[in-house]
Write a new protein. Structure first.
Length: 380
């Protein structure tokens, strides 16, 4: 029989707190415990600066829960949460985010928690300030275009509440697990993909709260047999709220691509997105203008009816690279809906070339930033 929450909490009381004082339950470090399909999900709240050092604590908690009869798996993640009113962990004295509710991240990015993922060369977030601007469509076509340019690529759908990769890539079914732990990513068109949509039935994730979402995301990131990848594209949830900020902090991102439509309102939100990544010191690799202009399906004529050029002007004003303009075309939408993204289904199409050019620029930016980040090797 699957244990209930209290049984799980009782078991967790055997796990000592940091510095071997008390236990993690009585110290108030354990989040809400969520049990679904005999798998147990929760997070342990630790000070951001101690996240790396406390990894053994996370492993101990996971081990204890997995050992309970009836438990098929446990997914435990460390979160760094600043309690309302607690002093900012930000030594630079920059303003901390003063959220008084839910999952407020610390003012300073928990760099120690962002361990690189073995085998993955770079992680690129595709983000947007608001929903509906074509972020997921851009993410999937960008991933396939990076592949078309000769790279090994995976895609992680981090939009836990509205996963779109199963539909966009035409993938259904559940992923396999190795030893009940490591998940084998799904694959189509040679692109490895992981999405909440493969793991839970539609609707289930909707009731999840912040820490569960974090746990699920960390599992999809770290406990997946990605193999060797040059780049992992992460389709972020739309918006710039707490959830996105926490995600931007916890995933070891190389950089972010911001998708916007040309209209002023979308651009204001795009700027919020850029500010969010700046806040957590993730480089913005550039802006893509989606639905930039219209190409008539019958004549192929181009119409600049959407205020085309707004995103380029914004990119220039802020001083981030402009990556390219994707036209609004019926075929992009139809191919997406059919699970056959345009870059693979119509590679010779001019729109597919646009995506490959954007992919080339993104890769250039990735390398530029990786080179800057790489430590100098000195021989003694
Ligand atoms: N360049 C384009 N031309 C035509 N249709 C497009 C284009 N880009 C996206 N779309 C369509 O716009 C709709 C929204 O796109 P998509 O789901 O990618 O947006 P999103 O920003 O990820 O949305 P959400 O934030 O809701 O997840 C979809 O129907 C998609 O097919």
């Amino acid at each position: 029989m699957v244990p209930d929450k209290n049984t799980v909490l009782d078991a967790l009381k055997t796990v000592r707190g940091p510095d071997l004082e008390g236990n993690i339950v009585d110290l108030g470090m354990v989040s809400d415990v969520f049990i679904s399909d005999a798998k147990v999900y929760f997070s342990i709240n630790v000070p951001a600066e101690r996240a790396k050092e406390l990894e053994p604590l996370r492993m101990a908690a996971e081990r204890v829960v997995k050992a309970l009869p009836g438990v098929k798996g446990a997914l435990v993640s460390l979160t760094a949460e600043r309690k309302a009113g607690a002093p900012s962990a930000n030594p630079a004295g920059k303003p901390a985010h003063s959220h008084t509710h839910s999952h407020a991240p610390a003012g300073q990015p928990p760099k120690q928690a962002k361990a690189d993922i073995p085998g993955i060369g770079a992680i690129v977030a595709v983000a947007s300030g608001k929903g509906g601007v074509g972020k997921s469509t851009t993410a999937v076509n960008l991933a396939l275009a990076l592949m078309a340019n000769g790279l090994k690529v995976g895609i992680l759908d981090a939009d836990v509440y509205g996963p779109s990769m199963p539909r966009l890539l035409g993938i259904s079914g559940r992923p396999e697990q190795i030893d009940g732990r490591i998940i084998v990513p799904m694959e189509n068109y040679g692109l490895k993909a992981m999405s909440m949509g493969f793991l839970v039935d539609e609707g289930t994730a909707m009731i999840w709260r912040g820490p569960m979402v974090q746990s699920a995301l960390m599992q999809m990131l770290r406990e997946v047999a990605w193999g060797q990848l040059d780049v992992l594209v992460v389709d972020m949830p739309p918006g710039t709220g707490d959830a996105q900020l926490t995600m931007a902090q916890q995933v070891p991102l190389t950089g972010a691509v911001i998708v916007s439509t040309p209209q002023d309102l979308a651009l204001i939100d795009a700027r919020k997105g850029i500010n969010m990544f700046n806040k957590v010191e993730v480089p913005v690799l550039g802006i893509v203008e989606n639905m930039s202009y219209f190409i008539a399906p019958d004549t192929g004529n181009r119409y600049d009816i959407f205020g085309h050029g707004g995103a380029k002007a914004e990119a220039d004003a802020i001083g981030v690279p402009f990556l390219g303009e994707v036209p609004l075309t019926i075929s992009i939408r139809e191919k997406s809906d059919a699970g056959t993204p345009i870059v693979v289904s119509e590679p010779d199409n001019v729109q597919s070339q646009v995506y490959r050019d954007i992919a080339a620029k993104v890769w250039q930016e990735v390398q530029r930033h990786s080179a800057r980040k790489a430590p100098k090797i000195t021989w003694e």
